[in-house]
Ligand binder design. Structure first.
Ligand SMILES: Nc1ncnc2c1ncn2[C@@H]1O[C@H](COP(=O)(O)OP(=O)(O)OP(=O)(O)O)[C@@H](O)[C@H]1O
Length: 614
């Protein structure tokens, strides 16, 4: 089957969905005062049409879009209907946000392929068909030349087209775009709107917000919906704009861009005409272009009659440009893959990302090795020399603090960096948040294990700790658990605070955890209240676990050099007693750290979910 025939088949598959909203109002709470953003507006965005939402800055364009897509639900009143049935908008809409967010480590082709895998099950379409579909979309959206370019290196216009291509993969019936031309030059803007027009011609409902379009771009839209001061001040075709404004006494100067003049009028540059414009905009006749004879036919007809007549005249959707519809069989239903398959795909994506970003892999590993060697050289034989046992405990504290800090800080930045991508992808039903979160947990945990094991093995050997497999294993387990716990806290702080505040709070918390660890001030020297606080510090449990791993379980006497008269810490039990850890329980400490890390990771998920809803 050729691309063209595939395209033709699928064209019929786009289910036409009109969006109707009635008496839509939206209020927000601003310092205990309710502010009305949208004041009972009504309108219809038809399938097969490209609609522009225009208006002055702060008029409520993005608010309207967020409400229609289902992104905003709080404070909204009124009726919204998608097609014949009151379907939940989120399920059928695609929302292309103003900024284009991609994983910059992937090429355009890889990004498209992964999106296709995440959106379409293998039963609906095999790999060959998916590749064909991608080829077709890239070709039509003029992205074929950039197939091997990393998404982060694309130009603004190419990024926008990639965003559109990604959402076209599963052929959505309704597409919302927030300011798709912002940041583009006039030619790229015109190309983008032309592309949207072609998509609309295939039966989709396409709605976008736009600021100051050129007269050419303005004429490419089928419908214009103007908002000012929360009211609809025009709903009609671009062609009718001048005529419409005339009815309220606003004469557009010759050679003036009608879009500019319309915006100047609603901006109040020629006086406040908001009420007159809102009243005139209710007439349905502006929504249809009619020829010179028709006004006489329209005389004496009411709104409903005009709408019916024009509807019958409108007939089918015109096909102006070549089909953009993906080349997949219309006879097949396209289903999303099961969530476990998406999990698998996301794990793959996280892995590739991890290995391509050398700063989080090779650089971090090299730094871990260098620091372990440096600390090993600094503490020397502290593990086997009875005169250096205080220093030995100091080295354990350093290990914990080092692993804690170097893991918590990157964890803190992980989600803030990715939140826009997650928001876009979860909103457009690429996967569920819990699937993504699980994938990050599954991929990050082995990395933490490998990094902490590398660091601790070098440090363990260089500081001459007991050469016993059980002690080494317990020491290592502690290091691994404290590292994963640090990642949990970092991720949690990253979901609550912005990176600057998170870094500050994270550093302060680490300082206190260190103070309460039981080395800088002994646990036995703390007041009972302070000792209670120490139970909150994961570093306290980690230090105690490391001390128990090395000194408990009947460790023999520690070597005391011949030239030293008295070695206080010759017996391991003396070390345990002196630091108030003789009653410590290794298993319990590990369990508590597990509980702490589970709490951090669980709370981080809840906070992330809340953040995405906000
Ligand atoms: N959650 C909110 N809390 C307080 N005010 C809000 C909230 N959401 C929107 N607003 C206010 O509502 C008004 C409309 O905002 P909106 O972002 O919809 O405008 P806009 O027309 O898209 O503007 P622009 O073209 O500048 O993007 C603005 O005055 C904005 O400050």
């Amino acid at each position: 089957m050729t691309l063209e025939s595939h395209g033709k088949l699928l064209k019929e598959r786009v289910k036409p969905i009109d969006i109707q909203f009635k008496d839509l109002s939206y209020q927000v709470q601003v310092q205990k005062v309710k502010k009305t953003i949208l004041k009972g507006i009504s309108g219809t965005f038809r399938s097969g049409q490209l609609t522009a939402i225009m208006g002055p800055s702060g008029a409520g364009k993005s608010s309207l879009m967020n409400i229609l897509t289902g992104l905003t639900t709080k404070g909204v009143n009124g009726n919204i209907q998608f097609g014949d049935s009151p379907t939940k908008s989120r399920k059928i809409c695609c929302y292309i946000m103003q900024d284009d967010h991609f994983h910059s480590w992937f090429t355009v082709e890889e990004t498209m392929l992964l999106a296709a895998q995440l959106k379409i099950s293998n039963d609906s379409m095999n790999m060959k068909e998916k590749k064909m579909l991608i080829e077709h979309l890239l070709d039509t959206l003029k992205l074929s030349q950039t197939k091997s370019t990393r998404a982060g290196n694309l130009s603004g216009g190419q990024k926008k087209r990639l965003s559109i291509a990604l959402e076209l993969i599963d052929n959505p019936a309704v597409l919302f775009l927030d300011e798709p031309t912002t940041g583009l030059d006039s030619s790229a803007s015109s190309d983008t709107i032309q592309l949207l027009q072609t998509l609309a011609n295939e039966g989709r409902t396409i709605v976008c917000t736009i600021h100051q379009p050129s007269s050419h771009v303005y004429s490419l839209f089928n419908q214009i919906y103007v908002l000012s001061q929360g009211c609809c001040t025009y709903q009609g075709t671009p062609h009718n704009t001048i005529e419409f404004l005339k009815t309220v006494g606003l004469e557009c100067p010759t050679y003036h861009n009608p879009a500019d003049f319309l915006l100047e009028c609603v901006n109040g540059d020629y006086g406040d005409h908001t009420d007159d414009l809102a009243a005139a905009a209710r007439q349905p006749k502006w929504r249809y272009d009619y020829d010179a004879e028709q006004p006489q036919h329209l005389d004496g007809l009411n709104g409903v009659q005009i709408v019916k007549m024009m509807e019958s005249k409108r007939g089918g959707v015109k096909q102006l440009s070549p089909s953009i519809t993906p080349p997949i069989s219309a006879t097949k239903h396209v289903y999303p893959p099961p969530e476990w398959m998406r999990l698998w795909l996301l794990i793959g994506r996280c892995h590739v990302q991890f290995f391509r970003d050398w700063t989080v892999t090779y650089l971090k590993l090299a730094v871990h090795i260098m620091c372990a060697i440096l600390i090993g050289l600094l503490y020397g034989d502290s593990g086997s020399n009875a005169t250096k046992q205080i220093a030995n405990l100091g080295s354990f504290t350093i290990h914990n603090t080092y692993l804690w800090y170097t893991t918590m800080m990157p964890g803190l930045l992980r989600f803030p960096q990715e939140i826009s991508i997650i928001k876009k992808e979860t909103f457009n039903n690429w996967y569920k948040l819990r699937t993504y979160y699980m994938a990050t947990l599954i991929t990050s945990t082995p990395v933490h294990i490998i990094f902490s094991m590398t660091y601790i093995t070098i440090a363990y050997l260089m500081t001459d700790q007991p050469f016993e497999i059980e002690r080494y294993a317990k020491f290592m387990l502690t290091a691994v658990v404290v590292t994963i716990c640090a990642d949990g806290l970092g991720v949690l702080l990253g979901t609550i605070l912005n990176p600057i505040n998170g870094t500050f709070v994270g550093a302060v918390l680490t300082c206190f955890m260190l103070i309460f660890s039981g080395f800088l001030i002994l646990l036995t020297h703390m007041s009972s209240l302070m000792r209670l606080l120490s139970y909150l510090s994961p570093i306290r449990y980690a230090l105690e676990s490391m001390v128990l791993a090395i000194y408990s379980n009947n460790r023999g006497s520690i070597y005391c050099p011949m030239d030293v008269v008295y070695c206080h810490f010759k017996n391991a039990s003396t070390v345990l007693r002196s630091f108030g850890m003789e009653n410590g329980n290794f298993g319990m400490n590990i369990l508590i750290m597990f509980l702490q890390l589970s709490t951090f990771k669980g709370l981080a998920y809840v906070m992330l979910k809340r953040k995405l809803r906000a």
